[in-house]
Write a protein that binds this ligand. Structure first.
Ligand code: CIR
Length: 254
């Protein structure tokens, strides 16, 4: 697995009007932009080519671009996002992705999927069954992905917004996850780093070509991932967290 590109979108001035279940207050727009800027610079510093799309004030959650597509080396699948307020985001993301993938499909209306539920590790997909992703969505991804030799595992998620809110690949055949995930049979081929209950947000650590980007302020998680011996960059994500977002949601990587 290697990423050469990322697509991101500048947060809109309306970003505080997006969906959230957290009660951490309203995000500060100037600080949101500052944290977004630091994120983009980090991706660039890691050698990725970054396409930064313009802000879209009609879609307050549209900078969480990860939810709009699943991209593999062979194909792109444009999702049908689980939240109705986010469905219009796909129209402007599709042309940006079409420049990079010849095979690009769109999910049907009955399928629901947010890319935040889709964890790809080499030729395996782990897909959260959540309030945003339904069985029809997983079945449509499976039909396409299996034709390219991928296996697809559905994972019931009872906590957090998306599967990747808590479970992520952190290199060296290791997954970071909460206690709940450890005994899941689909994850048994991996080593596990188990998050402390009060640090579950840091499960949203982003692997980029064997560098880890982790949210700032989660010391127990930092100590645990340090043992992998990979370079680690900590970024402040306070304003995204207020809107249930984090490091993985802010880009599509491929
Ligand atoms: C939402 O509820 O859809 C946004 N406020 C947050 C989306 C976060 N996306 C992600 O974790 N992939």
């Amino acid at each position: 697995m290697h990423y050469g590109h990322a697509i991101a979108r500048i947060p809109a001035i309306t970003c505080a009007q997006g969906l959230t279940t957290s009660n951490l207050g309203s995000p500060d727009f100037a600080l949101t932009l500052q944290q977004f800027d630091a994120y983009i610079h980090t991706l660039l510093s890691l050698g990725l080519t970054v396409t930064t799309l313009p802000d879209q004030s009609a879609f307050p959650d549209s900078h969480f671009v990860e939810d709009t597509a699943v991209i593999t080396p062979e194909f792109a699948l444009i999702t049908h996002p689980g939240a109705t307020s986010r469905r219009g985001e796909i129209h402007s993301i599709a042309p940006a992705i079409a420049r990079h993938r010849v095979v690009m499909e769109f999910m049907s209306e009955r399928a629901h999927m947010d890319g935040g539920d889709v964890l790809m590790v080499d030729k395996q997909f782990f897909v959260g069954l959540t309030s945003r992703t339904n069985e029809a969505g997983i079945a449509e991804l499976a039909t396409l992905a299996e034709s390219y030799g991928y296996t697809v595992h559905a994972i019931e998620v009872s906590e957090g917004l998306h599967l990747k809110s808590i479970v992520n690949y952190v290199g060296k055949n290791t997954l970071i996850m909460n206690e709940e995930g450890v005994n899941h049979p689909a994850f048994k081929g991996f080593n596990h780093i188990v998050l402390a209950k009060e640090e579950e947000y840091a499960g949203n650590t982003l692997w980029i070509n064997d560098t880890l980007i982790t949210p700032k302020g989660y010391p127990d998680t930092y100590q645990k991932i340090e043992k992998l011996g990979l370079p680690i960059i900590s970024l402040d994500t306070s304003e995204f967290r207020k809107m249930d977002g984090g490091l993985t949601c802010l880009s599509l990587r491929f």
